[in-house]
Design a protein around this ligand. Structure first.
Ligand code: GDP
Ligand code: ZN
Length: 306
């Protein structure tokens, strides 16, 4: 039978079968994934072919179907290897707020660069708009403008006042979405509104998968309505930059990517080179200063190792 992995606890996997039952499965023997140097062969979101074992109520995974994309980070145990976080993801949703705990634009940009590098579309949700004063409302406008112009979908929400919730639901519908955000921004509160069945504890230092009981470092996928999945990545606040080279960094800023080939030097780093198309657009205000500053700080590596 075919199914999708919804949870991984090391050697055992929860598989949502085509028949909509959940199976416990494992790999038999060694399973090598071609061209991917990872500590875990299977992750949440993987489509697998599996067979039930006759003498046990468990299954054996026979095959992993080709992946459309994956999110990977450096393995904590073996830094030469990667750790798969999730596979076959349709989009990532970053929940932020301009109120407290305020999310920095630098953090947002780093997240977007990671998502770009994994080729996964990103959505930014600005929560807690009910407590924005006039100044913050003005900032929200400006910031949403910056990201919308680049091509990112932005949404303003208030979990407290139930604003933007229908819009959020329709952005998620029919897709597999990874939800991220610093703790305190209202991730659990939003999820509780869109998926009350999960019954997450809010205001706790825990992610919505733990429900405050046990702590797992494995991602988990929840079907919140038929065909709509959200993926929680406990303990992972950012996607992390994975093997991004200096000379490809600007490719992950879509507004800079659009200028490829327009600088005088083909290997322009867009720092202080003459006739640099990126610097020109920054000067003209067509590339946001904050975006360019994020680019520079990522280029210099000061953000790379966090
Ligand atoms: P998480 O750590 O991201 O899961 O955040 P929580 O959902 O636990 O929320 C953190 C705190 O922010 C809690 O005290 C919530 O009641 C509060 N909160 C969440 N969403 C909103 C919102 O839209 N507006 C306001 N004013 N507070 C919110
Ligand atoms: Zn340049």
């Amino acid at each position: 039978m075919k199914g999708v992995v919804i949870k991984s606890t090391g050697s055992w996997y929860d598989i949502l079968g085509e028949d909509h039952n959940i199976y416990k499965g494992r790999l038999r023997g060694k399973f090598k994934i071609k061209n991917l140097n990872v500590t875990n062969p299977i992750a949440v979101g993987d489509y697998v072919e599996f067979e039930q074992e006759e003498s046990a109520d468990s299954s054996v995974i026979k095959d992993i179907l080709p992946r459309e994309n994956y999110i990977i980070r450096k393995s904590v145990q073996k830094s030469s290897q990667g750790h798969l976080i999730a596979c076959n993801v349709d989009q990532t949703v970053l929940i932020v707020t301009l109120a407290t705990p305020r999310t920095s634009l630098g953090f947002i940009d780093r997240f977007l660069v990671s998502a770009e590098s994994f080729r996964i579309p990103a959505i930014i949700v600005f929560n807690k708009t009910d407590i924005y004063d006039e100044t913050l409302k003005e900032q929200l406008n400006q910031v949403m403008n910056i990201y919308t112009q680049i091509g990112y979908t932005c949404l303003a929400t208030s979990a407290l006042e139930n604003k933007g919730i229908e819009e959020l639901k329709s952005l998620l519908r029919g897709k597999k979405s990874v939800l991220s955000g610093h703790s305190g921004v209202g991730k659990s509160s939003l999820i509780n509104i869109i998926a009350p069945g999960l019954d997450l504890k809010t205001g706790e230092v825990s992610t919505f998968a733990n429900k405050g009981v046990h702590t797992t470092t494995f991602a988990e996928m929840f079907e919140i309505e038929p065909g709509t999945f959200i993926i929680d990545t406990p303990g992972i606040k950012e996607l992390g930059l994975y093997e991004i080279e200096e000379d490809e960094l600007s490719h992950y800023f879509p507004e800079m990517r659009a200028l490829i080939g327009e600088c005088k030097f083909h290997n322009c780093r867009h720092v202080n080179e003459p006739q640099c198309a990126v610097l020109e657009k920054v000067k003209q205000g067509e590339i946001a200063e904050s975006r360019y500053q994020s680019y520079l700080s990522m280029l210099s590596g000061e953000e790379k190792h966090r």
